[in-house]
Design a protein around this ligand. Structure first.
Ligand code: URA
Ligand code: SF4
Length: 221
């Protein structure tokens, strides 16, 4: 077992609230040292979908909530476009602390978490999965996809496809919302957004058919 691991901080029971609370004290790797706070996953205990990003960004680090900055707005836009209610989703990240480099002045520039940090933080993600047991799991970007589906997984090859995985009955990967923000110009951005939305369509279809089944199965409806 690697020395850098969140495992000693992860409680065995108590559900989501216990995990959220305990994560505040995690010292499983060095990322807590420079970050403001742990940004744990958030959402209902029985979400329609669990969404996994990479790590909190600058805004998330300050706010203490996942996907509330620019990438969060792209995510919201994508979900809204296919009719997925973000309030019915559980949103988390592969790594729970913001990793950054100092730019000029006070600017903090996102720095990609390395394999050791992703591995160290995995017990939190595993605990979230085992408590939530989501029916649908969506990986946003290669850090999340590789953390959950293996390091040989290629988002570029398999985005928008259902992936067979023991993690959940329905698993899909797409790009990270931040990649859309990094598009070089407006046309490329619009195209990247369209492709992101296209990837989310099968998820929305699945949810729509599931809620239809529930309605038709309900007695007296
Ligand atoms: N990017 C992520 O991967 N997660 C966040 O919470 C914000 C930006
Ligand atoms: Fe713990 Fe993860 Fe933060 Fe590292 S990044 S200190 S493993 S919560």
């Amino acid at each position: 077992m690697p020395k850098t691991t969140a495992a000693p901080w992860v409680p065995d029971d108590g559900g989501l609230p216990a995990l959220q609370r305990a994560s505040k004290d995690c010292r499983g790797c060095d990322l807590w040292r420079h970050a403001t706070q742990t940004v744990f996953g958030e959402g209902p205990a029985h979400p329609d979908v669990m969404l996994v990003g990479e790590q909190p960004g600058d805004k998330e680090d300050l706010a203490g909530h996942p996907f509330v900055g620019p990438a969060g707005r792209v995510l919201d836009e994508g979900l809204a476009a296919v009719g997925i209610d973000r309030r019915r989703t559980y949103v988390t990240n592969a790594v729970k602390h913001f990793k950054f480099e100092r730019g000029t002045g006070k600017r903090r520039i996102h720095s990609k978490p390395n394999q050791l940090e992703v591995q160290a933080c995995r017990p939190w993600l595993e605990a979230e999965l085992s408590v939530l047991r989501p029916r649908v799991l969506v990986c946003l970007g290669s850090t999340a996809a590789q953390a959950l589906l293996g390091r040989t997984f290629r988002v570029t090859l398999h985005r928008g496809e259902w992936i067979r995985s023991p993690l959940a009955p329905h698993v899909l990967a797409t790009v990270h919302p931040s990649s859309i923000l990094r598009a070089p110009d407006e046309a490329a951005r619009a195209e990247a957004m369209e492709a992101f939305i296209r990837d989310l369509v099968p998820v929305a279809r699945l949810l729509a058919s599931a809620s239809g089944e529930k309605r038709s199965a309900a007695p007296g409806s």
